[in-house]
Design a protein around this ligand. Structure first.
Ligand SMILES: NC(=O)c1ccc[n+]([C@@H]2O[C@H](COP(=O)([O-])OP(=O)(O)OC[C@H]3O[C@@H](n4cnc5c(N)ncnc54)[C@H](O)[C@@H]3O)[C@@H](O)[C@H]2O)c1
Length: 425
């Protein structure tokens, strides 16, 4: 079993650290956010992620998991050091590597001889070499190990991944990282560093493309009187297509797809390839948000000036508290700019909506609907399917629902007098 340091204890770093401790390793998690570290030291998990609280408690109680803001403490005995740092979108669309490189600088002197630095952040091809230069240590290896976990099912995905990808030129270092995953039943793909780095962007760009395709088909289905449910089911049974990521919705967003698709367009351009397909995917997705907002406008007679719009769901998808690039926020911003009064309910904590003071965050799905002229379902939280449409109809000014996730029982809501509009149906 290895001694591991995790640098960056966010969605990926915390899930990775807690899962590796669960697998038997001793893990020290480092973060610059002192408030976050203080919470974690008490066993309080600052993010919504199924199963993570249990793993953090387990790791703390058996002494295999620790949290610190002190780099020297975290790095003291580490054989393997994971960089799990943000790689946000830079001004030109490229991945901003400043967090990764600052962290590499910070750990350079603290790494023990023979340590392996593992890059888990999503980074452009060539970043491992840049990190190697910053570290400037002949006795330390750099390996790429991109992460494919999905927020909301991060623990499950980490412990039961579809594959583990390890890129590196040094066999011993790659082997050391592969050993960490002993006990995880998944193929381990070892490859060149550049392939591992490229593969992660390819995966996200492909999934985003698939979603954009089905959203575009949904629009076409509406126009021709077809039902996207039937179309998705029918094409998804073809194993060459596959059933996942074929659910029409409000457009994709979140912490990865928007920045990673743009970064890949940028990587391609820098290498002389105009990735027109992916540029089209991004543009079509942006237009899709606008089309959902347009539906709300249409239901309100083409103007939402002073109209109360109720929104269910603000996070970028269900089962996470993450608002980064949330489609819900983008759509509601358009409606707010058009003069709507936004009342929203989301099951995750209220405090993080401070960035959006124009959203009146409500305590329950019902209170968000009081006096509303239209309800927009923007995140597929399961609790919305248990709400009684009769009670909602009584609270609203007009019983109208735009179900951007095709999440509610259409017939049930129509039976209760609702004008119901889904996506692609
Ligand atoms: N979120 C996902 O679902 C997901 C999935 C796969 C890959 N990724 C990639 O993983 C990387 C991390 O993503 P995330 O969502 O976990 O980010 P995050 O913002 O949740 O976490 C990053 C953490 O790093 C900390 N940090 C910043 N600078 C630091 C430093 N110098 N030293 C120590 N800690 C520092 C921050 O305080 C934060 O807690 C990104 O490259 C992302 O693209 C994310």
């Amino acid at each position: 079993m290895s001694q591991i340091a995790i640098v960056g204890t966010g969605y990926v770093g915390l899930s990775t650290g807690a899962c590796l401790a669960h697998l038997g390793h001793t893990v020290a998690c480092l973060d610059v956010d002192a408030a976050k570290v203080a919470m974690l030291q008490k066993g309080m998990v600052p993010i919504v992620e199924a199963g993570l609280d249990e793993l953090v408690s387990e790791g703390l109680s058996i002494g295999r998991l620790s949290f610190t803001t002190d780099a020297a403490t975290a790095l003291a005995n580490a054989d393997v050091v994971f960089l799990c740092l943000p790689t946000p979108q830079g001004d030109d669309g490229s991945a901003d590597l400043s967090y990764v490189l600052a962290a590499a600088e910070q750990v350079r002197e603290l790494l023990k001889s023979g340590a392996v630095v593992v890059n888990k952040s999503t980074v452009p091809v060539g970043t491992a070499d840049v990190v190697r230069k910053v570290l400037n240590r002949d006795d330390v290896e750099v390996v790429s190990n991109p992460e494919f976990l999905r927020q909301g099912t991060a623990v499950q995905d980490f412990l039961h991944p579809t594959r583990v990808v390890i890129g590196g030129d040094n066999e011993a270092a790659v082997g050391k990282v592969a050993e960490l995953y002993e006990g995880v039943d998944a193929p381990i793909l070892k490859m060149k560093t550049a392939s591992a780095e490229a593969l992660k962007y390819a995966a996200n760009a492909f999934l985003a493309t698939k979603l954009t395709f089905i959203n575009a088909m949904a629009d076409i289905c509406e126009a021709v009187g077809a039902d996207i449910f039937d179309v998705s089911t029918g094409i998804g049974l073809d194993p060459r297509i596959g059933a996942d990521m074929l659910r029409a919705g409000p457009g994709w967003g979140g912490s990865c797809f928007p920045k990673d698709t743009r970064a890949l367009v940028n990587i391609a351009a820098n290498n002389g390839y105009d990735f027109a397909l992916l540029r089209g995917v991004i543009e079509t997705n942006d237009q899709h948000y606008a089309r959902i907002a347009q539906r709300v406008l249409e239901e309100c007679g083409d103007s939402v000036e002073g109209v109360v719009v109720a929104a269910w769901g603000l996070t970028f998808k269900a089962n996470t508290d993450d608002l980064r690039d949330s489609p819900a926020i983008k759509i509601l911003t358009m409606l707010h700019n058009a003069g709507a009064v936004i009342r929203a309910y989301d099951p995750t904590a209220k405090k993080q909506y401070d960035h959006y003071p124009w959203i009146e965050v409500c305590e329950t799905p019902l209170s968000a609907c009081e006096g509303a002229s239209v309800l927009a379902v923007l995140t597929e939280w399961s609790e919305f399917t248990h709400v009684d449409p009769l009670v909602i109809a009584q609270a609203m000014k007009h019983p109208r629902v735009i179900d951007a996730r095709n999440h509610l029982d259409r017939e049930l809501w129509q039976d209760h007098g609702f004008v119901y509009r889904g996506v692609g149906r």
